[in-house]
Write a protein that binds this ligand. Sequence first.
Ligand code: ZN
Ligand code: ZN
Length: 374
Amino acid sequence: MSPQRPPLLWFNIFIFVSSLLLAAVVTPWYAFNYGLSWVHLIWFVIAFSFTNLSITAGYHRLWSHKTYQASPILKAIFAIGGAFSLQNSALHWSSDHREHHKHVDHDVKDPYSASRGFWYSHIGWMLRDYNQSTYSDYQNCRDLKKDKVVQWQHKYYAPLALITNFGFPILLGVIYNDIVGMFLVIGAVRLVLSHHTTFFINSLAHIWGKQTFTDKNSARDNGILAFFTFGEGYHNFHHLFENDYRNGIDWWHYDPTKWLIKACSWVGLTEKLRVTPQFKIEKARATMMLQNAHQKLNEMDASPSLTNKLEQEFESLIESMRDYYDSKMHLLQNKKQQVLKSHELEVLKIRHLQLKEQFQYQQQIWMDNVKRFA
Ligand SMILES: [Zn+2]
Ligand SMILES: [Zn+2]
């Protein structure tokens, strides 16, 4: 006999089902009969961005992972946006999320474990009281219990959620003379899309994409998902370097959450943005490539000399990589402190350029080698 399943959470089921019906059935019917305008679309984009960024920049990168520090005013904005997104309080969300990182892919301890399948990790985990006993005291968020904004939002979560989810759309409806239309678009459609794009990080981002930096867990990097999730799709990087305020690290990576946090630092709303040393990132990337190449070599039943050559190239790459990033840091520190005379700085710069060329040369050899087995 299978063990008894936890009781259904009827309130959650009601929210998910009713919002989905309003968004997928009633809204198209209303649009067909009464029409919707550009004003609805513009306010949809504003509300969708506000709620999702409150989750990604606020709940996730600020409160769950403490990747930067924010001013109380920005925290309050995220707290209101978080209540508007109807994903429970920041304290509760962060507690779940910290368990997810700590026990990623564990069938029981990871609250939305991808090992239990797409449905469970996407939404199933919220339909039954699976985690009843685990988070009652939020022991893993003792730091957040001291955060006044987090405490305030946790205490007044219900009124805040009601005011934002009903009050805001109705207010827009009064202003634009279309209460029902605004409630459907800004209330229901925005909520459903906001919910499911966030949920995709727990489900799809653990199934679909590349394991660029580690295969120790199921998290994947996926540029398409990043587009719909304000940059959270680079989930493989995030699971390995969770203290980094960025998820997409390259300049072409679509990560609006990172851009928002950075832009806020220019006007004093955020500070102490944490980044992973580039050497660590590149080393993890190269190690993953080596591992994949090893696998291919094993499948090909390649000669030991080929495997040894690859190992040697890897060692040379890591050595030149370390030299290059060390010299980069050294140069930056000296530039900042301005303790060196100009000719001494010039010598450092020339040495740095030499190391850079050496590193790029090694990188080229490495990529040529690895591509042969990719
Ligand atoms: Zn995370
Ligand atoms: Zn994850």
